[in-house]
Design a protein around this ligand. Structure first.
Ligand code: FIX
Ligand code: ZN
Length: 440
């Protein structure tokens, strides 16, 4: 299996006529709208994982992005808020951010866009109509409808083999779903070994607190068991802004001796999401994490030390983005993906995407939704299409001005590559088509 980004691009197919400059934006909008995207990172769960999957109005409104915003627009203290029921929490946030104030933040506008997508009232003082609507939905059909509205064909989950609620469901043989791809998420093993090594020991793996002796080999055995059980499309971990590699630490040792070799053996990428300042304000719980600039030389060393491994990289700090693009130009076993978390705002997405197009052409994955609640994919992908259209159109306008006209087929080719092909290829799913299928 090839480990790099693009080996031998096939020639562009089809002889569609060149577009006049004024036709480009519309063509880009149409191709973005017509192409079903692969959502390469979410916190959504397939139906067989039951109540782990969040959906509906109360989950949408109590999204941790909105919880963080609540405490800036209300006198409610976090400790008071977290004593409320889910419904009371949603009512408090709706009051503060949607009734007493205009819901203009990216996250608040998102809720409005979802309500609007289902023809539900977007104003009003209460959520009763929305609650009745979502309660009436049959989960399976609702998932399909939401994916259609978001124009995504499939999503990639985040699955934690040490999560006490999730792991037993996999161990009992959770029914797979073609629209939900599993990922082996390793934060507990790599970032919280002192708290979690005993769980592996209790499952029969000969590991110890210092991750010495047979521990690395036993972690490899654990990963092999889960690779067989879950068939993950990649392994993943989020990392602090202080992440270093190599380093004299349990994390660096398990990365080098267990995780990286296992990914190579199974032929799957390792996703590193770097730059979190965990729990800068623990009172906000899930909303309590921050962001920090990371030393990306750790990425440089991983790419050079393990050329046969593929690394899906997303960095949280705006200040790290240019550096990441430069590293991607140096290492074709590095695939930058998404505008993660605090970067997922149109103004920053625009800046990052333009820079990536200028430095990497079409060889990156522009976005992922990071959806934690099912219906979020509707507004997160609507925003992405809305932000991407003028950026791509401007790129093609410049290409045309420089003397190379573009065609509809070119645009379709590139949009398919950005939102499907690059991931399919980097994940080793199949040789991605670099021209229109059968157009030659
Ligand atoms: O580590 C991650 O996968 C992050 O995306 C999440 O932990 C974070 O809480 C989030 O929801 C970001 O959008
Ligand atoms: Zn995430």
């Amino acid at each position: 299996m090839s480990s790099s980004v693009v080996q031998n691009p096939t020639p562009r197919a089809g002889s569609t006529p060149s577009l006049a400059p004024h036709e480009i934006l519309r063509a880009v909008e149409d191709e973005l709208a017509a192409t079903p995207f692969i959502d390469v990172h979410t916190h959504l769960f397939m139906p067989s994982l039951g109540t782990l999957g969040l959906w509906g109005i109360d989950e949408l409104i109590t999204y941790h992005y909105l919880e963080a915003e609540l405490f800036r627009s209300s006198d409610l203290k976090p400790e008071q808020y977290f004593r409320l029921s889910k419904r009371e929490k949603a009512d408090a946030i709706w009051r503060a951010l949607f009734v007493d104030n205009a819901p203009v933040s990216e996250a608040a506008r998102g809720v409005i866009a979802v309500l609007d997508a289902f023809g539900l009232p977007t104003g009003g003082s209460d959520l009763e109509k929305a609650r009745a609507f979502f309660t009436a939905q049959e989960p399976g059909a609702h998932i399909r409808r939401v994916f259609q509205l978001a124009k995504v064909s499939e999503v990639v989950m985040t699955n934690d083999p040490l999560d006490p609620d999730e792991a037993p469901l996999w161990e009992r043989g959770a029914e797979p779903d073609p629209q939900f791809h599993p990922v082996l998420r390793l934060d507990r093993i790599l970032n919280k070994w002192p708290e979690h090594w005993s769980v592996l020991a209790s499952k029969g793996y000969a590991v110890n607190e210092t991750a010495t002796g047979k521990s690395a080999a036993e972690v490899r055995r654990f990963l092999a068991d889960w690779n067989k059980r879950m068939q993950p499309v990649y392994m993943a971990v989020s990392l602090p802004d202080t992440f270093q590699f190599p380093e004299d630490s349990v994390r660096a040792r398990l990365l080098a001796e267990a995780v990286v070799p296992s990914c190579r053996e199974f032929g799957i990428p390792l996703s590193l999401m770097i730059g979190v300042r965990y729990q800068v304000n623990p009172a906000l719980r899930l909303a309590g994490d921050g962001a920090g600039k990371a030393d990306l030389r750790a990425v440089e060393r991983l790419c050079t030390t393990y050329p046969e491994n593929r690394f899906l990289i997303s960095v949280l700090s705006r200040e790290n983005q240019h550096e990441l693009c430069v590293y991607a130009r140096k290492f074709n076993n590095l695939m930058p993906f998404g505008c993660w978390w605090f970067l997922n705002n149109p103004s920053v997405v625009e800046e990052m995407t333009r820079e990536r197009l200028e430095m990497l052409g079409m060889s990156f994955i522009p976005q992922h939704s990071d959806a934690r609640v099912l219906e979020q994919v509707i507004y997160k992908w609507r925003n992405t299409r809305r932000t991407m259209a003028p950026i791509l159109a401007n790129t093609y306008r410049l290409l045309t001005e420089d003397g190379r006209p573009v065609t509809r087929a070119d645009i379709r080719h590139d949009v398919t590559r950005l939102f499907r092909g690059n991931f399919e290829r980097f994940a080793g799913w199949r040789e991605a088509q670099h021209g229109r299928v059968g157009a030659a």
